[in-house]
Design a protein around this ligand. Structure first.
Ligand code: HPA
Length: 248
């Protein structure tokens, strides 16, 4: 079986437990990825790992070269991509510390390089994006979460905003009316580019704060990082179970 790739988000700079075998320095027609792709072993599985914010996490969401990242992973022949996204919670059940495996996305980003379609003859890519996440990979994640006894939301809408600022309270109310359960800044155009590439893609959202206007405290990076530290361990457990279920 071909290896899976993990795209790590804020707070997942390294994949703990990954025995790194080599770094792939990949140049793509769209530039270089956020950082070299690590190839390594986690347990008995071979895995690729890419941190989308680079190292040490300096690339803001709107400056990430999503096209280079997805192109690089596809060029390695990965079997699928599991993206990890830190998000704010909108729906009351999406409290800090909660994991969501979303099944839908609403894209509020703008001005990002969001397609591989450069308008060349014969390249028109009206991808079907009705279901933005790969069904089989999402099901495998859900099964792994259940097997590992990890509490999670099994479906929900991931709203993706432009950032890097956080939202206003009114913007969050609008997202709530739109049906968003969580809000992050990095889920798009990543998911659409993966679909254009034909690479199965699913996301694990880690809720690290109540979205703007929904909590009692001002939103700080320190508050988010504290939650991230504990949630990252749960995500690692989920990934290990996923790899085990693939027979790796
Ligand atoms: N909004 C947008 N992106 C985020 C948030 C948020 O509240 N928390 C973590 N990423």
């Amino acid at each position: 079986m071909k290896p899976l790739a993990i795209i790590g988000g804020t707070g997942i700079d390294e994949l703990e437990g990954l025995e790194v075998l080599r770094d792939h320095h990949i140049d793509t027609p769209f530039g270089v990825p956020s950082r070299p792709v690590q190839e390594g072993r986690l347990g008995s599985a071979t895995l690729y790992f890419l941190q989308r914010h680079g190292s040490p996490g300096a690339i803001p969401p709107h400056r990430i070269n999503y096209r280079a990242n997805i192109w690089a992973l596809r060029s390695l022949g990965v079997d699928g991509i599991v993206a990890i996204n830190s998000v704010g919670g909108i729906t009351p059940s999406m409290r800090p510390g909660r994991l969501l495996i979303p099944d839908q996305v609403i894209d509020y980003t703008w001005g990002r390089e969001h397609t591989f379609d450069e308008g060349e003859e014969g390249s028109l890519m009206h991808i079907d994006f009705t279901e933005p996440y790969d069904k089989a990979l999402r099901t495998a994640l859900l099964t792994a979460a259940e097997t590992a006894g990890i509490s999670h939301g099994a479906s929900g809408v991931h709203g993706v905003t432009q950032g890097p600022r956080l939202e206003t309270a009114a913007e969050i109310q609008r997202l709530a009316r739109d049906g968003c359960d969580v809000v992050g800044m990095t889920g798009m155009p990543e998911a659409a580019l993966a679909r254009e590439s034909g690479v199965p893609y699913a996301s694990i959202c880690m809720v690290v704060n109540p979205a703007a206007g929904l909590g009692d405290l001002p939103l700080t990076l320190a508050m988010m990082r504290e939650i991230l530290a504990s949630e990252a361990a749960v995500v690692r457990k989920l990934l290990s179970e996923l790899l085990k279920s693939r027979g790796a």
